[in-house]
Design a protein around this ligand. Structure first.
Ligand code: R5P
Length: 297
């Protein structure tokens, strides 16, 4: 059987090389560059004929990546690949899941249509699902969702002193934090969030006085502007709770997000390597490698 070939973009190099090593699949080589007028150039340097191909591309900052990704997927198919699959450890464009105001584009749907037209399947990790129950409400290709809960528990066991309190910053995090707390047999609280704007959030709620001696770990599916995390840290600090750690499954981090979080008084920051960042402490390469091996064996 011919080995699958794994292509990746430069931002995904570190994670992809781990996956290539663990699966033993072939390393794909792709050149992506931009002409002076900003048009994209894409070239592959492998013979893909009759090979299954996998493209690793985390879809944070999706507008900067999507065109080259579509060109690459179309190219390998045109050159005879047996299949073209996408590993998007972080899947962007899931937040606009409804037309909040008249005339707005439901970008999650359109984005899903575009990806579904070019890829045979998709693997992703802990997608941000709010109004959609599952991805098949918008994606028309087979997908596999992987979860980081066990890896997150492991990180907490290793890095946080007992007694641990898991903190969810908003109702959207309830499922994730309650599952984690159940796995770890520790208590959890879920706070409430009021979002006034992209960069303006307020966190409130829940009587946390009885957890004063606990070591809180705030867990959220993503950290973007970091306003949710910093407002949660502020809320806990105001209650006299210290030694706060935070985990963002996906460290999306907008331009100043990391600086803001670093200066918030938080003691530890950890993210998974679904998006490459200096805070990556939780490695998802095993998770993806096992899934690929299962798929192609
Ligand atoms: C919201 O529903 C998400 O779970 C996160 O809480 C949110 O996206 C974090 O964004 P930010 O870091 O910009 O506050």
């Amino acid at each position: 059987m011919t080995k699958p070939i794994i292509f990746y973009f430069s931002q995904e190099e570190s994670l992809s090389l781990k996956i290539i090593k663990k699966t033993g699949y072939k390393q794909g080589k792709v050149t992506v560059r931009h002409f002076p007028d900003e048009e994209s150039f894409v070239q592959i340097h492998n013979n893909v004929k009759n090979h299954d191909t996998v493209i690793v591309c985390s879809l944070n900052e999706p507008d900067t990546k999507i065109i080259a990704l579509l060109f690459l997927m179309d190219l390998v198919r045109e050159l005879g690949a047996k299949s073209v699959g996408l590993v998007a450890p972080y899947l962007g464009y899931l937040r606009q899941d409804k037309r909040f105001n008249k005339g707005e584009s439901i970008t999650s749907k359109t984005f899903a249509k575009i990806i579904s037209a070019y890829s045979d399947w998709i693997i992703t990790i802990d997608p941000h699902l709010h109004r959609y129950k599952t991805l098949d409400e918008i994606y028309s290709i087979p997908f596999t969702v992987l979860y980081t809960a066990d890896l997150v528990c492991e990180w907490i066991y290793k890095h946080i002193q007992k007694p641990v309190l898991i903190v969810g910053p908003d109702l959207g995090s309830k499922q994730m934090v309650s599952d984690l707390a159940k796995k770890m047999k520790v208590p959890y609280i879920v706070l409430r969030k009021k979002r006034m704007g992209d960069k303006d959030v307020e966190i409130f709620g829940t009587d946390i006085d009885k957890y004063k001696d606990y070591k809180p770990v705030i867990v959220d599916d993503m950290i973007s502007t970091a306003n949710t995390m910093t407002a949660t840290i502020k809320h806990l600090s105001a209650k006299g709770i210290e030694q706060i750690a935070c985990i963002g499954i996906h460290g999306v981090f907008t331009i100043d997000g990391y600086e803001i979080l670093k200066n918030s008084g938080v003691k530890k920051i950890a993210t998974t390597n679904t998006i490459s960042h200096s805070t990556n402490q939780i490695d998802v390469s095993d998770l993806i490698s096992y899934e690929l091996i299962k798929r192609f064996s």
